[in-house]
Design a protein around this ligand. Sequence first.
Ligand SMILES: *Cc1c(COP(=O)(O)O)cnc(C)c1O
Length: 399
Amino acid sequence: MPAMDNATYLDRYAQSVMGVFGRPKAVLTRGDGCYVWDADGNRYLDLLAGIAVNVLGHGHPAVVGALCRQAASLIHVSNFFATPPQIELAERLLAVAGAPEGSAVFFANSGTEAIEAAIKLSRRTGRTGLVAAEAAFHGRTTGALALTHKQAYREPFAPLIPSVAHVPLNDEAALRAAVGSDTGALFLEPLQGEAGVIAADPAYLRLARELTTAAGALLIIDEIQTGVGRTGTWFAFQQAGIVPDAITLAKGLGAGVPIGALVTFGPHVSGLLTAGQHGTTFGGNPLASAAGLAVLATIEADGLLAHATSVGNHLVDSVAALDHPLITGVRGAGLLRAITLSADVASVVADRALAAGFIINAPTPDVLRLAPPLVITTVQVDSFVTALPTLLDGLEPTS
Ligand SMILES: *Cc1c(COP(=O)(O)O)cnc(C)c1O
């Protein structure tokens, strides 16, 4: 057997795996903490964490231990039965979300499935109108895709579900005009991750709460990328001081084990979906729930909310100190960050970063996104910031 290197694996990939992701950049074979290794033996500092998923890095003993114990005990049961990890995770999620009495959790297996559940929830208001923001990303299944704004994702699959209005983010007048008596739900990301880490203003989120309450519509906050400590609080909506009707979760919740969740706030919202109206085979299975419990317990025990805030602020300060002509700023919160550039060179920089041993990505042409494990250290962040001027070398600012 010849040794399997990146190139050999990628040829096999091209012959066997559907091409929807294009050609992968490398084949990763193992990880440890904030580092991963590829099939050629190269080591990378993982500043993307599987796109905001691996909140505890790779091979964290709390996650590995919880998974091993749970796998040896019970991996799956049908929804004719419940399991202790599922119940406990629901209780812990409601507690950290500050959800009132009568709130509830529906477990799914991914972000887009959490959104699908939320869309079905909104239909139970008796209204079909949906409002979302321009540049929003809410997933790729056909329901969620109707809320996702990007034309390139939508057009090949038209017609999507009708009655979705997209409004420019942070435009208060447009929001006032869009939310009305036919609106079932307004969906908003507190920070639009895929759009390049663009924040909904706290005042805009508060207006969204006021308008939806007045119109009798649901306010659904998509925390799939921002939730579970990513922005320095358990959930980003908590920084705006609002109480939503529901939040959607996935990415960081299982530390890499697929899990999604719809959390509904209060009895009126939680009662909208009744027995038989929604379901899933795998959602909330004990293995994924055990991973979720390990994540929540470790974030709490290790103070990772405060850590995400302080390391995120350190990143902002140290990038600012570079005072580089190509860098216009750092935006975002906690450890969901965008380094903004004055030229459309982000994908070149991301490729150079990979070659230099750093995984980041370019969600838009002038944005570098960082969403590292919440356990990353300032020393590890500094190793990237120190390398950044070299990665930008010879690239021209747009005048
Ligand atoms: C990733 C993401 C989704 C979709 O989640 P999947 O698990 O990929 O289906 C939805 N909304 C937001 C904000 C996301 O970042």
